[in-house]
Ligand binder design. Structure first.
Ligand SMILES: Nc1nc2c(ncn2[C@@H]2O[C@H](COP(=O)(O)OP(=O)(O)OP(=O)(O)O)[C@@H](O)[C@H]2O)c(=O)[nH]1
Ligand SMILES: [Mg+2]
Length: 228
């Protein structure tokens, strides 16, 4: 099945390269359940299914986004204290389909040495984790594209992992300011030359949750899009 479309993130046409099913199967995210935690990337259990990871700076709203997606307030622990999620938490959406809540990067109080270790570990994860089919990168809409975010995006693009970039806490800005920020970030990611879609998001107001669900459905169903 081949179809042409338009990628709003990059303004380039795209072609659907491969679909396992003619229609994207809607998954039910509300039955997502916690599977296990791993102390670090090297302790993640081998996996035959499809894994999609949520990454972002500490406090960006990763755990909150997972809870909004699944309609489960307490599925992933959220906190006002940055660096709350220190373990890698695995969740199962359906058989062979998992979401991963990664610990936040770029937390100011973490020593440089630890930050470097984490960077290496992320690099390994993106390079070696064959089951990883997509990366949701979350950034506070008021502070997007910090150096650590850019590193993360570069790493993922280098290994051809598609990115869904969510500008979180959009409720903290007026609608027009949020739109301006969205357009700025869409422009700013063009030089990365990756498969990157940028959207506004608010766990509080549920903004962007439908788009996140649609993207995850595509990735979990093996729909691959590529810029041409
Ligand atoms: N206003 C607003 N606050 C939010 C939103 N999403 C998250 N927050 C708040 O931001 C703080 C951090 O959210 P978390 O979801 O714990 O962030 P995290 O990225 O998982 O943080 P770490 O686990 O520390 O890396 C919490 O106080 C949340 O309530 C949002 O959409 N709107
Ligand atoms: Mg968290």
């Amino acid at each position: 099945m081949k179809g042409e479309g338009y990628n709003t993130a990059t303004q380039y046409p795209f072609i659907i390269m491969e679909t396992k099913n003619l229609t994207t199967k809607e998954l039910n995210y509300t039955t997502t359940r916690f599977i296990s935690s791993a102390p670090d990337i090297h302790h993640l259990p081998a996996y035959e299914g499809i894994e999609i990871a949520f990454a972002g700076r500490s406090n960006a709203g990763k755990s909150s986004a997972l809870n909004a997606l699944t309609h489960k307030k307490g599925l992933a622990r959220t906190s006002k204290t940055p660096g709350r999620t220190q373990l890698i938490n695995l969740f199962e959406v359906a058989d062979g389909k998992r979401l991963v809540d990664l610990p936040g990067y770029g937390y100011a109080a973490v020593k440089k040495e630890i930050k470097n270790q984490w960077q290496h570990a992320l690099n390994d994860y993106l390079n070696k984790r064959d089951c990883l089919k997509g990366l949701v990168v979350l950034m506070d809409i008021r502070h997007p594209l910090k150096e650590s975010d850019q590193q993360m995006i570069s790493l993922a693009v280098a290994v051809d992992i598609p990115i869904f970039l969510l500008l979180t806490k959009a409720d903290k800005l007026a609608t027009s300011a949020a739109k301006t920020q969205l357009n700025k970030v869409r422009e700013a990611v063009l030089p990365f030359m990756g498969d990157i879609q940028v959207e506004k998001f608010s766990s509080l107001k549920k903004t962007g949750v439908d788009k996140l669900r649609a993207k995850l459905n595509n990735w979990f169903n093996g729909v691959v899009t590529a810029n041409i």
